[in-house]
Design a binder for this molecule. Structure first.
Ligand code: DGY
Length: 319
């Protein structure tokens, strides 16, 4: 019987149907992630490895799992997997695109609004007992309606964000590796070179995958190009922004605010300098975290693992 190893504890309703056909084993704890060595040891003879974004599936792991046929990643991004190495070893890699698009776009918009109107910051003011008077300019933020939005990465989620932005009468610019003429026509978005987009936008949203080209895409130089009244929203991957440069830009008021759902290190360490700044709104990487969407993502992983183990073509193959 083929063995599936799952690196996170998943709901039984998802795992149960697989147990009838395969030897399914999974990590026991919802509160701790597996270490690198634990993955290597526990998944040693697995034919399928079901991974999460924080698992570093590098060449070392891939070469140590001799029976492996498929790695199925819980998430649309797969920067945690050495796909080249998987390909070399004839191992199929799958992900979970599509089903999380609208949910992630909702969260992106929620973070945009929260950052612009300082929602989490001012809520804390009430809870701390600091709301003791009302004055005209107290707790004021930035308008979202009618503002210029720059989307970096016009993939499925980028387009879903652009659609929402239209409802807020926003002027939407985008930058992408290649121009998206369809998106331009359908959503009325305008392509711009990165520097120009940074200069013109009131809100910059990062939605690119983390690759060698996008690592550190937004550093000191890029932040300096932004307006002093602008905010940056990162819902993609922490590594796309240089966090030290971001911290300095926020402290020195080169930019107005940041909304972050993702960080270079996750969970973000509690003593991280960004957490000391009131003009940073933070979320614990919850872009796709609605109950329905998370279950739909798991269904995709389960289907694709089953397909590969039955020698069929999976639906969401990366390599
Ligand atoms: C993804 O799917 O890549 C998201 O970051 C997960 O929430």
């Amino acid at each position: 019987m083929d063995k599936i190893y799952i690196t996170r504890k998943l709901p039984e309703e998802i795992v149960e149907p697989l147990r009838e056909k395969f030897d399914v084993q999974m990590w026991h704890s919802e509160s701790t992630a597996m270490t690198y060595e634990e993955i290597k040891a526990n998944a040693k003879d697995a034919h399928a490895l079901w991974t999460a974004l924080s698992d570093n599936i590098d060449r070392g792991i891939i070469e140590s799992l001799q029976n492996l046929k498929v790695i199925s990643n819980f998430g649309v991004g797969y920067n945690n997997i050495d796909v080249e190495s998987a390909k070399e070893h004839g191992i199929i890699v799958t992900n979970t695109p599509g089903v999380l698009t609208e949910t992630t776009a909702d969260l992106t918009f929620a973070l945009l609004l929260a950052t612009a109107r300082r929602i989490t910051e001012v809520e804390q003011e009430i809870r701390a007992g600091n709301w003791i008077s009302r004055s005209p300019m107290q707790y004021t933020g930035m308008d979202v309606f009618g503002a210029t939005l720059g989307i970096i990465g016009m993939g499925r989620i980028g387009e879903a964000v652009a659609r929402r932005a239209k409802g807020f009468d926003m002027n939407v610019l985008y930058h992408n590796r290649s121009r998206k003429l369809d998106a331009e026509e359908t959503h009325g978005v305008r392509y711009m070179e990165l520097d120009e987009l940074l200069q013109q936008s009131d809100f910059v949203i990062l939605l690119t995958p983390l690759t060698l080209e996008t690592k550190g895409l937004i550093g000191e130089r890029e932040l300096n190009l932004m307006k002093e009244t602008a905010a940056i929203i990162n819902v993609a991957r922490g590594g796309i922004v240089d966090e030290q440069a971001l911290y300095e830009a926020l402290v020195s008021k080169k930019i107005w605010a940041a909304g972050l759902d993702v960080f270079e290190q996750e969970p973000i360490p509690i003593n991280h300098p960004l957490l000391t700044l009131p003009n940073v709104t933070v979320l614990p990487h919850i872009g796709s975290a609605s109950i329905r969407t998370r279950l739909a993502m798991m269904e995709l992983n389960a289907k694709d693992i089953e397909a590969v183990l039955k020698n069929k073509e999976p639906q969401n193959r990366i390599v």
